[in-house]
Design a protein around this ligand. Structure first.
Ligand code: 5AD
Length: 387
């Protein structure tokens, strides 16, 4: 696995640059082509040309944590903090349902308070009720006649709101949430420690993921690719971590520097001398290699073509969809909030509306011979098989 990742990138650290010789470069291209073609054939076996959408609403950038890489960390003074009123989230959810998104992803900074828990419970309940009623109306049936477990009815609700105690996860599940996304960021505890403050423990993140799975959430996780100090062995370990955890969804993106964060300084110390655009192109390749490896190793899980890929290449997400990914996450956050949810530099689409994002993505899909599978939750077959 390391050898495949290393096709053009020398181990053990992510030193940038093309392969040393012409032959090595050719060898790398052949390996890449074989890996990507294999990943695409596995994806098409499970999903055909279908791509699932998860409309994402970044409902608050208030955060009590201090992840060293993130543009909305507590100590990032430039960030202007906002939280969307509940009603606005529910209206956005209704828009997502009417536009046949299937899944709504609610994402925010991390906040462990009773008020935030109540906010989430209220929003999840309201989104479920509202979109279930709309679904019954559209199908012209009595809501009582809808399937009992409500799977596939209304919007599937996914949460991405960070580390919380088990009881709170249970409360959110009971309120109706279906999925939970929590990236492990790195499966290597030492690397994790180097990019987080001491109070944020790798072990707690793993505890969260296990609790979430145990409670019955479909779980998503993932890592950043190209972190300072990260090795190809770490990345190979990440894929094994996803497999051992039994993740249903994987989201991986390139690490992108954000000025004023400690990890951006670490990156500068390690990679300061390199040609940055060339390095980032290399990271796009490496991230898509990771997607492809995850696809061939994990089979029928959902794999996202993440927004961060587009920050480094205008068609980064489309490239990923040809190399193992099968999920797109259109941003539905109302335009006025978008510029304040900048986790990293160059985050795309911050002046767009939800309509524009959806139209743009539909057009982009046809470029790579894929099509949206509208109005379905898009549960990973892996989850159905495991219950
Ligand atoms: N570059 C790339 N991804 C980032 N994230 C946070 N900051 C950055 C960054 N600078 C990712 C993390 C987090 C997700 C919400 O965004 O992986 O889990």
């Amino acid at each position: 696995m390391e050898a495949l990742l290393a096709a053009t990138t020398p181990a053990p650290t992510l030193l940038p640059g093309a392969a040393a010789t012409k032959e090595a470069g050719e060898h790398a291209r052949l390996l890449d082509n074989a890996l990507f073609a294999h990943a695409e054939s596995v994806s098409s076996r499970f999903f055909g040309r279908d791509v699932y959408y998860r409309g994402i609403v970044e409902f608050s950038n208030v955060c009590e944590n201090d992840c060293g890489y993130c543009g909305i960390r507590k100590h990032q003074r430039r960030a202007r903090r906002y939280s969307m009123p509940k009603q606005e989230v529910v209206e956005t959810a209704e828009w997502a349902f009417r536009h046949r998104m299937g899944t709504l992803m609610l994402q925010s900074g991390e906040l462990n308070t009773p008020q935030r828990l109540k906010y989430l419970v209220d929003v999840v309940r309201a989104v479920k009720e509202r979109t279930t009623a709309l679904d019954a109306e559209q199908r012209s049936i009595d809501p009582a006649a809808l399937p009992k477990d409500r799977t596939g009815v209304g919007l599937c609700v996914a949460l991405s709101v960070g580390e919380l105690p088990r009881e709170q996860y249970q409360t959110l599940k009971d309120a109706g949430a279906d999925r939970y996304l929590l990236r492990i960021e790195s499966s290597n505890p030492e690397l994790y420690a180097s990019i987080h403050p001491p109070a944020q423990k790798w072990e707690n993140r793993v505890r969260c993921l296990r609790d979430l799975k145990d409670i019955g959430f479909m779980i998503g996780t993932g890592v950043m690719v190209g972190l300072p100090g990260q090795s190809l062995r770490d990345l190979a370990g990440d894929v094994m971590f996803f497999r051992d955890l039994g993740a249903d969804m994987i989201g991986m993106g390139p690490y992108i520097t954000e000025a004023g964060t400690p990890v951006a300084d670490m990156w500068q110390r390690q990679f300061g001398g390199v040609d940055k655009p060339a390095h980032m192109r290399e990271m796009l390749t490496l991230t898509t290699r990771m997607n492809a490896l995850a696809r061939v190793t994990l089979g029928n899980v959902n794999i996202a073509a993440t927004t961060a890929l587009q920050a480094i290449d205008a068609v980064g997400r489309e490239i990923a969809l040809r190399r193992g990914a099968n999920v797109l996450m259109p941003i539905l956050t109302p335009t006025k909030y978008r510029e304040h949810y900048t986790l990293y530099e160059g985050k795309p689409c911050i002046t767009d509306t939800a309509e524009e994002c959806q139209k743009c993505l539909n057009a982009r899909l046809s470029m790579v011979d894929k099509k949206l599978k509208p109005g379905v939750w898009g549960d990973p077959p892996s989850f159905r098989q495991s219950v």
